[in-house]
Write a protein that binds this ligand. Structure first.
Ligand code: GDP
Ligand code: IMO
Ligand code: MG
Length: 436
């Protein structure tokens, strides 16, 4: 039998996160055999809605509600044993047993309770320059990973795991003492360090009953057998550690390159890259945001789009769609297909603006500006009339208002990339597929 080796398709966010990646991993999961998260950790909050229920996932891949699919947590992902076990408990309460559907990389690094305290300490030491981290320990845990002193899933099976844990914890406590951070009074998820540590270690015991394997071999073998794989990104390309608005970024490669290192597959294995973006922009946390609206329109986007963080509940900053940012992230990721979400949030606007160009000293910027340059650019906007109609009930692309189609065509023309999916609401079913 000569089965053709399959490619790995990718879904990732091409703005500042929260674009609606979770919904589309769930929507497309029936077409795949394996759904694999490749980076990030519990800083992510991926929302899925179907049959009148809403589910938010942080570490577990968004294909978990589909039977007979493998949901894989790759080596590039960070795992907090307490948070993932909470997710597991919630899924069990909903009748889904994740143990039968999940595989975890033995090389995925652990977030220790003290990583979370270090995150808080580093944020508070930055004062007004703070990143606005989700304070889930992401920066400190990735720092230990590249510093070659992190703990991996593989370690939880070692007889001296507890000692390894204590050694790393004590290193962290030393740093916290140096920073004069009041560890004794710091609460993690409303628990003291000792209480959180106890729950975290119970989580470690629970994780031992999961399939923890060299997922890079599993995935490469699956590709040989022609199995279909979908890689799920977290955060967004403008939060990428290399290409985002540094230092206001997360600590991983959120772009398509991260799929190779985060799953152990070769660049030639990548297939379609679905870039998810909102019909406008949002950002949580600090950092430049060129099209940000601090007026009634921004408030309307936040209210109608219900723009509050899925992980932290923080209000998201809102602004108009930013095409120069999309040109950059489409290029970085080699996006083959665009997925636009939340056009329905623009239903009531008389006029809709799209930033089409960045200028500096009156001249078009031929590249995406650095964080400092972003403070000084001028923006050129294209203004379009709103469609002023409820679009959430549309079942086909053809039913959409002409003015929305013009909006979509403008984006396709400017980005030279087809829009393959249009999302009209949070539910799985609120989705239409234009014929490209
Ligand atoms: P993710 O992190 O990229 O998975 O996105 P989040 O789940 O953090 O945030 C996206 C939010 O928008 C969630 O509350 C989704 O349920 C919701 N959502 C997704 N697509 C649409 C859409 O087309 N319209 C509306 N109104 N909401 C959507
Ligand atoms: P999903 O996967 C939106 C932001 C934080 C902060 C910066 C660094 O749901 O799209 P970190 O906790 O990683 O140290 O925070 O990145 N951030 C996100 N913003 N969506 C996310 O994930 C995010 N994960 C991190 O707000 O500005
Ligand atoms: Mg999110």
């Amino acid at each position: 039998m000569n089965t053709e080796r399959s490619k790995v398709d990718v879904i990732l966010g091409i703005q500042w996160g929260d674009e609606g990646k979770g919904k589309f991993v769930d929507v497309l999961s029936p077409q795949y055999d394996i759904i694999a998260r490749f980076q990030g950790g519990p800083n992510a909050g991926h929302t899925l809605e179907f049959n009148g229920s809403k589910h938010v996932l942080h570490t577990i891949p968004s294909g978990i509600f589909h039977e007979n699919k493998v949901n894989l947590i790759g080596n590039g992902v960070l795992i907090d044993a307490y948070i993932i076990c909470k997710e597991i408990e919630l899924l069990r309460a909903k009748g889904v047993e994740p143990r039968n559907r999940m595989k975890i990389s033995d090389k995925a690094n652990l977030i220790l309770p003290t990583h979370r305290i270090l995150d808080a300490a580093q944020e508070s030491s930055k004062g007004a320059k703070k990143i606005g981290s989700t304070v889930k320990g992401i920066g400190p845990a990735y720092t230990d990973k590249v510093g070659r002193c992190g703990l991996r899933m593989k370690d939880i099976f070692c007889s001296n795991f507890k000692q390894k844990y204590e050694d790393l914890k004590n290193q962290h406590l030393g740093i916290l003492k140096f920073l004069k951070f009041d560890v004794d009074n710091y609460r993690i998820e409303d628990m003291s360090l000792l209480e959180y540590e106890k729950a975290w270690l119970e989580g470690i015991e629970e994780l031992k009953s999961f399939e923890v394997i060299a997922t890079e071999y599993y995935l490469n073998e699956a590709m040989k057998q022609g199995k279909k794989i979908l890689a799920e990104g977290a955060q967004g390309s403008l939060l990428d550690i290399d290409f985002g608005s540094y230092p206001f970024v997360t600590s991983s490669n959120t772009t398509a390159a991260g799929v190779c290192t985060g799953l152990g597959i070769s660049p030639s294995s990548l297939g379609r890259v679905f870039g998810v973006f909102k019909a406008y922009c949002t950002r949580v946390g600090s950092g430049p945001f060129p099209t940000e609206l601090e007026d009634a329109d921004g408030e309307k986007l936040r209210k109608d789009g219900y723009e509050y963080g899925s992980t932290t509940g923080r209000p998201r900053r809102c602004g108009w769609l930013d095409l120069p940012a999309l040109y950059y992230t489409i290029m970085l990721n080699g996006v083959t297909d665009l997925i636009i979400t939340k056009s329905d949030v623009l239903d009531k606007f008389d006029q809709i603006k799209i930033c089409s160009e960045y200028k500096i000293n009156g001249k078009r910027m031929p590249y995406f500006p650095s964080t400092d340059e972003l403070e000084h650019i001028e923006l050129e906007y294209h203004v379009m009339d709103g469609w002023k109609r409820d679009i959430t009930k549309a079942k086909t692309y053809e039913e959409l208002p002409e003015k929305l189609k013009q909006y979509l065509n403008f984006i396709q023309q400017k980005t030279q990339t087809p829009i393959s999916i249009v999302s009209l609401g949070p539910d799985r079913s609120e989705t239409v597929f234009p014929k490209c």
